[in-house]
Design a protein around this ligand. Structure first.
Ligand SMILES: *Cc1c(COP(=O)(O)O)cnc(C)c1O
Length: 446
């Protein structure tokens, strides 16, 4: 199927689908992209563009599919807050019983603000946790510290000692497994800054168990992000399982294996993993790869998915400001830019882009364009040499699969206020982050 035909039939059910409308235009009656029961043109009118739009049903459905895939083993899903940290999204997930993986004191604050009682399901990861952050997490009473170095182990013992508390500890081990992904988001090789080499782990566990303020209780691993070949996870977990056996024979009590996150989504092939039914097959294969090496170990499995839960559940809605041509090369200049969604500029990432209104095939002509933003950087693009149905100035485009690592990576570069975020449930939509104003940006400066 070519990409034009796909765009008519696909979208991202149940979140994003084209529906027939009654609205008559010059080119006939268009199909319009909806988020659940809300037409995107109405959202654009009401809230302006650029605008992040999320489907609550889709987040719920993906969380449920993820959770269900692991029903054969005791587990806790700890959603990775850094993928999308909006309070309303955290609250939605907390309401379903989801736990959280945080990588900073700020993220911990968000989780506690979303749900005061969530601390007991929080794991804290990251290579550079400060004493202040460790202390806050100890006070909150989190489930697990994923410690990444000898020095951090000492710092944690010191903070815990000061508070006369015991810190539950797992070491994040680096299994030295290569995962096929972008080099910036691969983390499981010895050359990366993350974790401790799996071969040094036993010594550090011995040190940890020697501290009365640390309680060794798990092993954790996270090999990278946007990994679609599930066998890499299996390989990492096989090494972890072997370590768990060694540690137990050394006399440690290991209750948890934290498998991290990193399950990729199908940015380029939307009718693959992304749709509701097929995501459950995909996540079942992932669960199989993870749990097979853990058989007989009798551990609780912790999971830290981020992208695979929220990625396809969000899109970035943008308007075409100008069409322009330089020596035959065509550009669509849109009102979103790299400061609003940096993934293409940062990783050369691919995002499917579709017009919000589609016309019948004969009424539609396609063209090859670059979709670019207004920021003064050549890297400010969303697509290059992309075949798209012809759109006019003022038309809306949807940049799909922008629910993860979209809003959280926004900046104010070029003094551009950050976009608003809207959460849709059925026909109703709610602003979950108001659009920034230039005055907001100036306020904190002298
Ligand atoms: C980023 C990160 C995750 C989430 O990764 P996804 O690819 O979004 O699933 C999970 N755990 C840790 C430690 C991370 O750094």
């Amino acid at each position: 199927m070519n990409s034009r035909a796909q765009a008519f039939t696909l979208g991202r059910p149940p979140g994003f689908i084209y529906r027939q409308t009654k609205r008559q235009t010059k080119r006939g009656v268009p199909l319009v992209l909806y988020c659940e029961g809300a037409a995107l043109p109405s959202l654009a009118e009401r809230y302006g563009t650029p605008l992040y739009v999320y489907s609550a049903a889709m987040i719920r459905q993906r969380y449920e599919a993820f959770d269900a895939a692991f029903c054969g083993i005791p587990h806790t899903v700890c959603y990775s807050v850094k993928a999308n940290s909006n309070l309303s999204i955290l609250r939605l997930l907390a309401g379903k019983g989801c736990g959280f993986d945080v990588v900073s004191g700020g993220e911990l604050r968000r989780v506690l603000a979303a749900d005061r009682k969530a601390a007991s399901k929080v794991v804290f990861s990251g290579v550079g946790k400060t004493q202040e952050e460790l202390t806050a997490a100890l006070k909150a009473g989190i489930l697990l510290f994923n410690v990444e170095s000898d020095s951090e182990l000492s710092a944690l013992a010191e903070c815990a000692g000061r508070q006369r508390r015991t810190a539950p500890v797992a070491l994040r081990v680096n299994p030295d497994v290569a995962a096929e992904t972008h080099p910036y988001i691969s983390t499981g090789l010895h050359k990366h800054k993350f974790g401790v080499p799996i071969n040094d782990a036993r010594g550090l566990y011995a040190k940890a168990s020697g501290s009365r303020y640390l309680k060794v209780c798990g092993v954790s691993v996270h090999i990278g992000s946007q990994i679609t070949d599930v066998s890499a996870f299996g390989e990492a977990l096989a090494r972890v399982a072997q370590l768990v056996r060694q540690l137990r024979s050394d006399g440690h009590r290991i209750d948890y294996v934290d498998a991290g996150g990193g399950l990729g989504i199908a940015y380029e092939n939307p009718d693959h993993e992304n749709s509701g039914g097929e995501f459950s097959d995909y996540v079942a294969r992932y669960a199989q790869a993870l749990t097979t090496p853990l058989q007989g170990l009798n551990v609780r499995l912790l999971l830290e998915p981020g992208r695979s839960i929220v990625g396809p559940a969000g899109l970035l809605l943008t308007s075409v400001i100008y069409r322009k041509q330089n020596d035959g090369k065509r550009f669509l200049v849109v009102d979103a830019a790299m400061n609003d969604l940096i993934r293409p500029a940062l990783y050369g990432a691919y995002h499917e882009i579709v017009p919000v209104a589609r016309h019948s095939r004969d009424a539609e002509r396609s063209e090859v364009v670059d979709v670019v933003g207004p920021v003064c950087e050549t890297g400010d693009f969303f697509a290059r040499d992309r075949e798209l149905p012809e759109v006019q100035e003022g038309d809306l485009l949807a940049i799909l699969d922008a629910g993860a690592y979209g809003m959280v990576l926004t900046s104010n570069y070029n003094t551009r206020p950050r976009p608003a975020e809207v959460l849709v449930t059925g026909k109703s939509s709610k602003i979950i982050r108001r659009r920034e104003k230039v005055s907001d940006l100036l306020r904190s400066e002298v």
